[in-house]
Ligand binder design. Structure first.
Ligand code: SF4
Length: 290
């Protein structure tokens, strides 16, 4: 055997070992699944009425990002009745693998009860109405029926088993300093807001008081007249930064998803409400003057 043949054999052996080693490493770390794993549909046990369909859907959301919100079940029944039917349902947008129980309406029971269902085909389509992406899972009628009847994991159990679910945080991960930037203004640097908490404008607001109320503590001469408002509200887009609640917590109640106006909130200190509105970084606080 020539020397070059031996060298080629050794090189081949080394490369093969390298590939096998990498594959094992990838499998161990889960990267193999991430790179090559196919979307998976799992039919789960519904805990509600027969109209409900429970399922789990796992896919590589890093590789194929999508706002998944739709499930469709189609029946192709060429020798039965009806020959074709479809039920569709939408649910809250999911951007990572999830499990859900959705109301498909009475059409689901009719679909499963179709004449000659056992000769039919069923297609389950999971997709995104916004992104135009969908994944199809085809099976014969009997298999679909068996998976539905024999499903034993509920949505909650499936989520627990697969460690699914988006990380729930009480507020979005926005890095907001505890004190709003307004209270931390540096005189002489950049544009400044003419609001009561800005020391540079202290004189402007000195003595401002609720309409019909006493002057603010420390105030001597009212240069800005207070006013009452008839209505204050929050438009969509709040980023729950807390600025408004820090300024006027009797009126603004910042929760995990948005800011709310407290029931019975005082509406006589328009200046303070205006101050909160001006402090709102996304300008979603609106009010009307009395
Ligand atoms: S309403 Fe504006 S100021 Fe209040 S929490 Fe939402 S974004 Fe922040």
């Amino acid at each position: 055997m020539s020397t070059s043949l031996i060298a080629m054999g050794v090189a081949l052996f080394v490369v093969m070992n390298l590939v096998i080693g990498l594959a094992i490493l990838s499998l161990l770390s889960g990267a193999f699944e991430t790179l090559f794993g196919k979307p998976k549909l799992s039919i789960l046990r519904s805990t509600k009425s027969g109209n409900f369909f429970a399922f789990g859907f796992r896919w590589n959301s890093a590789k194929e990002p999508a706002a998944v919100d739709t499930i469709r079940i189609r029946l192709f029944n060429p020798f039965g009745n009806p020959t074709q039917s479809e039920v569709v349902s939408q649910f809250g947008v999911k951007k990572v693998s999830f499990a859900e129980e959705v109301d498909m309406g009475p059409g689901l029971i009719e679909l499963i009860g179709a004449k000659n269902f056992d000769s039919a085909s069923v297609q389950v389509v999971v997709g995104s109405s916004k992104d135009g992406i969908s994944w199809q899972f085809d099976m014969k009628g009997p298999k679909f029926k068996r998976l539905v009847n024999e499903a034993y994991l509920t949505v909650d159990q499936f989520i627990g088993d697969h460690n699914l679910g988006e990380t729930k945080t009480s507020k979005p991960p926005i890095d907001v300093p505890i004190r709003a930037f307004i209270a931390d203004t540096v005189p002489g640097k950049g544009a400044q807001l003419a609001i009561a908490t800005n020391p540079a404008f202290a004189n402007l607001f000195a003595g401002a008081a609720p309409a019909g109320g006493a002057a603010a503590s420390g105030g001597t001469a009212a240069t800005a007249e207070n006013f009452a408002v008839t209505k204050v509200w929050i438009e969509p887009g709040c980023i729950v930064c807390n600025a408004c609640e820090d300024i006027y917590k009797d009126v603004f109640d910042v929760q995990a998803d948005t800011c709310y106006i407290r029931p019975g909130a005082p509406l006589d200190d328009g200046l303070r409400i205006q101050e909160a509105a001006e402090a709102c970084p996304v300008e979603v606080i609106k009010f009307t003057k009395a």
